[in-house]
Write a protein that binds this ligand. Structure first.
Ligand code: SF4
Length: 168
């Protein structure tokens, strides 16, 4: 199984709390006006890398992991396998950005298989009219930090509560 990979970025702080490793993939059909990464839209951008090789590269980094793009949900099968290995073998948490809403992911037989391995799904398309620079880890107000495990348990979307204050 392969991932069409744009790049892996270490020690980033913009894609979730803490120092993280972000995996940027190719391929997105949402075509949000104002998207910051239109060069990632073609599904042929970047290079095809096996899930095992992507996992090995992540294993050499530290910190929790974020999937972004493009939209990783268009490569849901490969990213599900990657998320499964990251959580079970590295014991790290995974966030995933997607232009689909949580309900759309849940309704899709392939995409929803990734959910058991995700801490947070940052969901929904970027909507320029709802852009807000004060939001943490997302670009527009319609997008949510979905606490995936709490949402699955509750049967409705529960938003992730993030406290940026240092813990003593
Ligand atoms: S879902 Fe993300 S990558 Fe895709 S068009 Fe929208 S903002 Fe760009």
């Amino acid at each position: 199984m392969e991932i069409q990979l744009i790049r892996i970025v270490e020690d980033t702080t913009v894609d979730g709390p803490g120092w993280r490793t972000s995996v940027y993939c190719a391929g997105c059909r949402h075509a949000c006006p104002g998207c910051h990464n239109p060069e990632t839209w073609p599904f042929t951008a970047g290079e095809a890398v096996s899930v095992a090789d992507v996992f090995d590269r992540i294993a050499q980094t530290e910190g929790n992991v974020t999937f972004s793009g493009g939209d990783p949900m268009y490569q849901a099968e490969a990213f599900t396998e990657l998320a499964r290995r990251i959580t079970s073998e590295l014991h790290r948490t995974v966030w995933c950005y997607t232009g689909f809403t949580f309900d759309e992911v849940l309704a899709d037989a392939t995409m929803r298989r990734m959910l058991p391995y995700l801490e947070v799904l940052v969901d929904g398309p970027f909507i320029a009219a709802e852009r807000d620079l004060d939001l943490m880890f997302r670009g527009s107000r319609n997008q949510r930090l979905v606490d995936v495990q709490a949402s699955l348990k509750a049967g409705h979307v529960v938003e992730f509560e993030w406290d940026p204050r240092p813990k003593f």
